[in-house]
Design a protein around this ligand. Structure first.
Ligand code: GTP
Ligand code: SPV
Ligand code: MN
Length: 580
């Protein structure tokens, strides 16, 4: 297989001259190709077979121990004008970045195969979908891209019809953290990634394309590329609302997108459209709609069990790739809070014993096709996407942020998103558990200046006939002993019900300084083991602490200077005034 697209041919030739691979393989995305790649990786040891009786077609990949998460400090946005990248990104001049990267890529594929991976982000016949081509020397990346995107012939056919495509060049290099960079050139729709084989650093369709480059394209073209799950909530009466929810990495998107209604909620159904990324458009009638650009899930493994997320637990028992989990004596995958079994070898393949710390890496992941999700929504293939009733922001915050509140209007909602903060997690290599500002859960992913991004968000609201309502949730409040106050997981449906009822004008709320909050009887807690004081503290607004928060948000916005939209500053002052 090759192509009729001259631009693609000359780019592949140019890259091959630079990287000097032993051979070039054009990926067609077929089952035979996938099987061949898996056989080859079993042979080389890049994949290990898991117990095929209990986990048919499941494999384990152990990544380099220094290469287990995204590397935000090595991720750059390279725009001509540094102001376009903004204080939220690391910046390097495009010429310098190309020079530095091309020096790393020189000869790096000697003895290896160069894979050309055409892919489509979004339903293959959707006008909202966008294509890309990733060149990589990692068969693990190819197989993961095959699960995570519409990869192969059909994507290439779209590109051959003449549409612009994102060029992503990737090599695992020497997997040396000192020779590792993830560079984005949004003006050229180009990505260069060297020295990592892990997730968001290497599967370039995901964070690099569908968020950093796409957010830039989205601003130019008038849409939004967001770090959001998309979920359909169907009531026993058959009414379905779709919500788009932005939570930072490892803060509950996959779990909420696949929520299993608790026994108390017979008749409710949850439909997963997407678990990580949403592309949002205002349609011809002024309705906000969303597609999921991805076709699979690259999900956090630890914590997944029959109680927290039965659907995910079942879904990963076949045709899944596990990265950095532990294994049991009979070669089944194992992780913390799996609920049964014991680890024999840890994620690095070392014998594990109690007291050795975690057996699975906290950022260990599964890769599976979305079609394996029992709650997968057929609307995920709808080229027009799904209509969005509400936007929900959320963070992981021990203190302060209540279980749920509603912004007064779209402008206030944009401030709520811009002012988000959350505790850091193992999804990125840095300190875990420190609260940091993470606007719209996009701190690591917005491909341009946040100040311009907030202006763009404001303009999207103006283009809708009725902007969706905006909410903020926090499943992660803790008591003094570090115990979660809210049961979370399936029980989060109770909060989604209040959100939907607010959208439909059916639910009560009380007016507070930070927005609309449910009163203690507005959320259905029947059958839940939660005492009234706990519920009260989950729904309390601590005015002095919020004054401090709004002051900090003001300082944060000031860091973006004059480009910050005036409307955002005004709303912040209004909220602060109400708190006094
Ligand atoms: P990324 O894939 O990194 O973007 O993460 P994500 O936002 O999809 O997070 P995910 O759903 O994988 O959850 C991350 C961790 O949070 C897992 O260990 C979950 O078990 C845990 N978690 C998810 N939802 C809840 C909840 O409602 N309550 C509590 N206490 N923990 C949760
Ligand atoms: C995240 O970190 O938000 C992820 C995992 O979804 S990764 O693909 O590594 O970015
Ligand atoms: Mn994510």
């Amino acid at each position: 297989m090759t192509t009729t697209n001259d631009q693609l041919i000359s780019w592949v030739d140019e890259v091959a001259r630079l990287t000097r691979p032993a051979r070039v393989h054009w990926c067609d995305g077929s089952e035979a190709e996938r099987e061949q790649l898996i056989a080859q990786m079993l042979e080389s040891g890049e994949l290990l077979e898991l117990n095929q009786d209990t986990h048919p077609n499941c494999y384990l990949h152990r990544s380099d121990p220094s290469d287990v998460a995204r590397v935000e400090h090595l991720t750059f946005v390279c725009t001509t004008d540094p102001e376009d990248a903004g204080p939220n990104n690391h910046w390097m001049a495009p010429d310098q970045a190309h020079g530095q990267m091309d020096a790393l890529f020189e000869g790096c594929m000697e003895g290896r195969t160069l894979y050309v991976v055409p892919y489509c982000m979004g339903p293959i016949d959707s006008p909202y979908a966008r294509c890309g081509v990733e060149i990589t020397d990692s068969p693990y990346v190819v197989v993961n891209m095959g699960l995570m995107t519409r990869m192969g012939r059909k994507a290439l056919a779209r590109i051959e019809r003449g549409e612009r495509f994102v060029r992503g060049l990737h090599s695992i290099g020497e997997l040396d953290p000192e020779r590792r960079f993830i560079m984005h050139f949004p003006e050229e729709l180009t990505i260069k990634s060297y020295g990592s084989g892990y997730g968001g650093n290497a599967l370039l369709g995901k964070k690099c394309h569908a968020l950093r480059i796409a957010s830039w394209q989205a601003r130019e073209e008038g849409w939004l590329a967001e770090h959001m799950l998309i979920v359909g909530v169907e009531s026993p009466e058959g009414e379905t609302h779709y919500l788009a929810c932005a939570f930072p990495s490892a803060c509950g998107k996959t779990n909420l997108a696949m929520l299993l209604p608790p026994e108390s909620h017979a008749g409710w159904k949850i439909w997963t459209v997407g678990d990580d990324i949403a592309w949002l458009h205002v349609d011809g009638s002024g309705q906000l709609r969303a597609i999921n650009p991805e076709a699979g899930y690259f999900g956090v493994v630890p914590g997944t069990n029959a109680k927290t997320n039965r659907n995910a637990f079942d879904m990963i028992r076949r045709d899944a790739i596990f990265t950095n989990v532990a294994v049991t004596a009979d070669n089944q995958p194992w992780w913390e809070d799996k609920g049964h079994g014991d680890p024999e070898l840890d994620w690095q393949g070392r014998p594990w014993a109690p007291g050795n710390g975690k057996a699975a890496h906290p950022n260990s992941r599964f890769t599976v096709s979305a079609q394996q999700n029992p709650a997968w929504s057929p609307r995920a293939e709808d080229p027009a996407g799904v209509p969005i009733s509400a936007i929900v922001f959320g963070g992981r915050r021990r203190e302060l942020a209540p279980l749920v509140y509603e912004a007064r209007d779209w402008r206030h909602g944009v401030l709520v998103g811009a002012g988000m903060a959350s505790e850091t997690t193992a999804a990125a290599t840095a300190q875990v558990g420190v609260v940091r500002r993470d606007p719209m859960a996009m701190k690591p992913f917005c491909g341009y200046n946040f100040a311009d991004y907030w202006s763009h968000w404001l303009s999207i609201g103006e283009r809708t006939t009725t902007p969706p309502k905006v909410f903020h949730v926090n499943w992660f409040r803790q008591n003094g002993e570090g115990r979660f106050l809210w049961p979370g997981f399936g029980e989060n449906l109770r909060v989604l019900r209040w959100i939907i009822d607010r959208c439909a004008g059916r639910a009560e709320a009380r007016d507070t300084a930070i927005g609309w909050l449910p009163g203690p009887t507005d959320i259905d807690v029947e059958g839940l083991d939660i005492d009234p004081q706990t519920l009260e503290s989950l729904l309390a607004v601590d005015a002095p602490a919020w004054r401090e928060e709004l002051t900090q948000i003001g300082d944060y916005l000031d860091g973006f200077g004059d480009r910050v939209p005036e409307a955002l500053r005004e709303v912040r002052e209004q909220v602060l005034a109400r708190l006094k």
